[in-house]
Ligand binder design. Structure first.
Ligand code: CUA
Length: 341
């Protein structure tokens, strides 16, 4: 509607049109009632002004039809707004299953992006047109907010947790990226560009510059941190089997079940005692502060890439017993991980 009006951001994602429609309807409804009320105030104050000193108006004792009308009409208006905006919210919340993965870390004062194939960018993000892109955002220090006005998407980057947003760009081009949460001296300089490319050009772009995929980098980290000492693929280890676990339900010691998503994997690395898998001991040391946020997302990508035996799902931890008495693992101080809930 206002595509060429410079004060209004372009519409460059599948979400933009619907968000704008809702916005303009909200503005129109507010304007309508605002103007109506203001005009009636002026009109009535003139029409019913006191014309003589001893003029006394007739007493009013209420009107049932009026009461019902101004209760029911607004009720249906706000219910309509609620249903419409809830649908948009759900669309924004549900990431399409064919979305490509990008990990973004906010850091004072830059945006670091990492593609699943291994390319890394700073204050730049290249994405293909017409393809849903899932962005997992987190922060290395304070709260930032990942904001692309032309796509009508924004998500806070909160230290210590993953948040996701998704978008599907509709037009090739360059679009502004901002930090939308005040984060210090150079907050206003924490910005970048989203480059939307034709799929073929994007594939060519992806070919260049990567040292190894995120999963490969994660594998290296996994080995250098000696994770495999406990997490062995044959369930003889002291830690749960990781093959095929990603995206699957995991039974915890308390009896609850959680889904092994990116957030869970990340938490299990930095706060291992937060959620203990059924049948295991809380013996894993914390890796908080030892692995950067980028490293954590690489580990997540690596664990996501691990398929169960024969590509099938991993077996449930078959009553894996308590830890052997003589651990061969490198001795981290398990106590220092003490932020159990
Ligand atoms: Cu980062 Cu403001």
């Amino acid at each position: 509607m206002f595509r060429d009006f410079p004060l209004f951001p372009r519409q460059a994602s599948t979400m933009a049109g619907e968000v704008d429609a809702l916005f303009f309807v909200l503005v129109a409804i507010s304007l309508f009632f605002g103007v109506l009320v203001a005009a009636l105030v002026v009109f009535f104050s003139v029409k019913y002004r006191r014309r003589s000193e001893d003029e006394m108006p007739r007493a009013i004792h209420g009107s049932l039809p009026l009461e019902i009308a101004w209760t029911v009409i607004p009720l249906f208006i706000v219910l309509g707004i609620f249903i419409w905006s809830a649908r948009i919210y759900i669309d924004f919340y549900r990431v399409p299953t064919n979305a490509i993965d990008v990990y973004v870390v906010g850091k004072r004062w830059m945006w670091k992006a990492q593609h699943i194939t291994g390319q890394r960018e700073i204050n730049e993000l290249h994405v293909p047109v017409g393809t849903p892109v899932k962005v997992t955002v987190t922060s290395e220090d304070v709260i930032h907010s990942f904001y692309i006005p032309d796509f009508r998407v924004k998500k806070d980057a909160v230290p210590g947790r993953y948040a996701t947003l998704w978008f599907e760009a509709t037009k090739p081009g360059r679009y502004r990226l901002f930090c939308a949460e005040y984060c210090g001296t150079k907050h206003s300089e924490m910005k970048g560009w989203i480059t939307v490319m034709e799929p073929a050009a994007f594939q060519t772009w992806l070919q260049g510059g990567a040292t190894g995929s995120m999963a490969d980098e994660g594998k290296k980290l996994f080995e250098s941190m000696a994770c495999a000492t406990c997490h062995q693929p044959n369930s003889q280890g002291r830690g749960p089997v990781l093959e095929g676990v990603f995206g699957k339900p995991v039974r915890l010691a308390g009896g609850q079940t959680v889904t092994a998503d990116a957030e869970y994997i990340r938490e299990s690395i930095v706060h291992p005692t937060a959620k203990i898998v059924e049948g295991y001991q809380p013996i894993m040391p914390t890796f908080q502060g030892l692995i950067s946020e980028e490293g954590l997302s690489q580990l997540v990508a690596y664990i996501q890439s691990l398929k169960g035996p024969g590509g099938a799902d991993a077996p449930q931890p078959a009553g894996a017993a308590a830890a052997p008495a003589a651990p061969a693992a490198p001795q981290h101080d398990a106590a220092q991980g003490g932020s159990s809930r």
